[in-house]
Design a protein around this ligand. Structure first.
Ligand code: HEC
Length: 154
């Protein structure tokens, strides 16, 4: 009888040891802001005032695109993050610029990615925009470096 009590005590001890809090250091699965270089750069820019929030790309975006697009969320049109890569993969970079300047031209030319987008967005027409390739590059510099605003406590 004594042996059984002793054994079950041992089992219970082993059980508690296994269920203890995980060792955080060896078990790091969470986002670590200190190791996220893009995030650190963003914070540094925010501090010295040269952030993407004051860039020419943001101004162009606000003036021409923000009525229908967010960088990171769908609205009247799709979230713009990653759009250049989607075009390069599914169509071409040339058509990426052409679509922004005059989406209906690219759709009418029969580009399959443009037509699929148009269908998926219920045939909503993206108005033509008088922006140069350089301006589009600036807009996408802003879009790709955009982070949602969070309260910085430090
Ligand atoms: C009047 C609303 C409207 C405005 C303004 C607008 N867009 Fe769009 N955009 C759309 C819609 C809707 C789509 C989805 C495709 C379609 O319906 O033709 C789209 C699609 C796109 C796409 C393709 C996204 C993808 O996932 O491949 C890009 C890139 C884009 N817009 C960039 C821009 C840029 C840059 C501006 C500003 C210069 C802009 N748009 C202004 C409505 C708009």
């Amino acid at each position: 009888m004594k042996v059984i009590v002793y054994l079950s005590l041992l089992v219970a001890l082993g059980f508690f040891a296994a269920c203890g809090p995980p060792d955080r250091k060896s078990n790091q699965v969470f986002w670590d802001p200190d190791k996220d270089t893009a995030w650190q750069e963003h914070l540094a820019q925010q501090k010295n005032g040269s952030s993407v929030e004051t860039s020419e790309g943001k101004k162009l975006f606000d003036m021409n695109c923000a009525s229908c697009h967010f960088p990171d969320k769908d609205m009247t049109g799709p979230a713009l993050k990653g759009a250049r890569e989607r075009w390069i993969e599914n169509s071409s970079e040339e058509n990426f610029y052409a679509f922004i300047q005059n989406s209906q031209n690219v759709i009418k030319d029969g580009d399959s990615y443009a037509n699929e987008l148009f269908r998926r967005w219920n045939n909503t027409v993206m108005t033509p925009h008088n922006v140069t390739k350089e301006e589009i590059d600036k807009i996408f510099d802003y879009v790709e470096n955009f982070f949602p605003t969070v309260a910085v406590t430090s």
